[in-house]
Design a protein around this ligand. Sequence first.
Ligand code: SF4
Length: 129
Amino acid sequence: MTPFASIPLPLQLYMPLILLTCTLVPATVLLILVVRDRGWLDGLQRSWLNHRLRHLRMRRMLSLRGIDASRYVALTPLAILRKELDICGNCTHKHVCDCAYVDGPNAVPPAVYCPNVSALDRRWLRKIH
Ligand code: SF4
């Protein structure tokens, strides 16, 4: 005898309804929480973009300009942040960017070659000393 057969017949008839309720109610509550609490979703996207920034030259460029990368990720609007990381990922000036880093203070200024120079000039992102 299967465990299901030991359940009384009237209860067996309601079993699909009970199972449906048990799965739909938590799923709906979760969906409402996600839709209402956009901060949770926002934080998730920002942590993913922060992870992505770790592998881009943009992070190094930000620190050279005195901008804290975590402030940059936390305070830049998501759409702009995503766009700037895409630009950096597809940048065709990576060689110049690397050479400028090696050359140090005598290097060509980023304003000449970096397509993300607008991000580097956001004064409000600068570290407060
Ligand atoms: S020059 Fe290109 S690779 Fe270097 S930080 Fe700017 S966008 Fe990124």
